[in-house]
Design a protein around this ligand. Structure first.
Ligand code: ADE
Length: 382
């Protein structure tokens, strides 16, 4: 690999420190896609060494910690994951503890992260690891892939970050960074496009420092080549190599084929209070938000009079009914548009709902984020 002060086709940005690490690319012999990724490795690793954020799972990249953090990071941003990760590690410090945890406790630790089947799969995989792998996550990409909830991204992340195995870990960040690097206009939502990117990365990624290489790509995607905003190209170690930037295609790459619009469902949420107690119910054990708890709710957007009539038909003694605001929650395929009412009851309706106090609501029962606006209402926070 040639390292040069200049960087061939496109001289490095003044002030871009990584210009010096760029590999020569000549107009006559531009890099092919694998060659471009290969050329990106040195500036990427050098940048990662000095710019990687200090994160709890990076400070001690043990297999269990990498696994849990990666699954959580598929749900939400790094800053939001940190407190979840801390609480999870304290409550379930190792695979043995995870394998034995009660489902409701596990879901409470996951509450607010969404996609609760991911938490259930963590436990299933932990049980398998205890039974079949002596309680240690296998140091093999192929074996990791066999575990429930572990797909190519997570298997690649654990294998490379925790065990140094040279396999790729392609998530949304990496798809964005690499498709821009290569000016690829292919639809990044297609599994075949992701598979080809994985194959290409696997063939050319450095055999040493695989974890840093993968995390470097992820990190550039998180803090430089950011989603949904203007990329911070002047801070990017791949500035000169990036074909989308050179060709003015940053607005159109990564490309995603338009998705069909989500279905909208109107629901009316009933916050039933009797003294200090609040009504909740368990959702069905299949489908959306399976087995989690929720405030009672019905289809449609009811007026206060309709809500009153519905409750009276169920035998409720309604003392008062007050609007509790509108809320919206977006799932992957459906949106809930909710109207809430706070309803003061004369007595609990034990045969129909579970009545719990606010401490139990906070500490014991997993309630999905879809209801967070109404949790605030119940807690007097809005
Ligand atoms: N997003 C996905 N994986 C990550 C990691 N290991 N560090 C920071 N952000 C990430």
């Amino acid at each position: 690999m040639k390292i040069d002060d200049k960087d061939g086709l496109d001289s490095g940005m003044p002030g871009n420190l990584y210009g010096r690490l760029q590999v020569m690319e000549s107009e006559k012999a531009p890099f092919d896609p694998p060659g471009r990724i290969r050329a990106a490795a040195a500036p990427l690793l050098s940048w990662y060494d000095s710019h990687a954020r200090i994160l709890p799972w990076r400070e001690r990249p043990e297999p269990y910690r990498v696994w849990i953090s990666e699954i959580m990071l598929q749900q939400t941003r790094v800053e939001a994951v940190k407190p979840y990760f801390g609480r999870f590690m304290e409550a379930l410090p190792d695979i043995g503890a995870l394998a034995q945890v009660e489902e409701e406790r596990l879901l409470k630790l996951w509450e607010g992260l969404g996609y609760y089947n991911r938490a259930r799969n963590l436990k299933k995989a932990a049980v398998t690891v205890v039974e079949n792998y002596d309680g240690r996550l296998p140091a093999s990409y192929e074996e990791l892939l066999k575990l429930p909830g572990i797909g190519s991204y997570t298997a690649g992340a654990i294998a490379s970050i925790a065990y140094g195995i040279p396999v790729p870990a392609v998530d949304g960040n990496v798809l964005r960074v690499v498709s821009r690097l290569l000016a690829s206009r292919e639809d990044i939502l297609k599994p075949s496009v992701k598979r080809r990117m994985e194959d290409c990365l696997r063939a050319v990624m450095p055999q040493k420092r695989a974890g840093a290489f993968n995390q470097g790509l992820i990190e550039i995607g998180a803090i430089v080549c950011i989603p949904g905003g203007q990329p911070r190209c002047d801070e990017c170690p791949l500035y000169s190599l990036c074909l989308a930037r050179r060709q003015g295609l940053l607005d159109s790459i990564p490309y995603r084929a338009p998705k069909k619009p989500r279905k909208v469902e109107e629901r009316t949420v009933l916050l039933l209070e009797a003294g200090d107690m609040v009504a909740i119910e368990k959702r069905a054990d299949k489908g959306l938000l399976a087995s989690l708890y929720q405030f009672p709710n019905v289809e449609g957007r009811l007026t206060p009079q309709e809500a009153d009539r519905t409750l009276k038909a169920l035998g409720a003694g309604v003392k008062d009914i007050v609007p509790a605001g509108e809320a919206k929650h977006v799932f992957s395929h459906v949106e809930w548009h909710m109207t809430g009412y706070r309803i003061l009851l004369e007595h609990v309706m034990e045969e129909r709902y579970l009545f719990v106090n606010r401490r139990e609501l906070r500490e014991k029962y997993p309630i999905p984020n879809a209801f967070s606006a109404y949790i605030k209402v119940i807690n007097g926070e809005s």
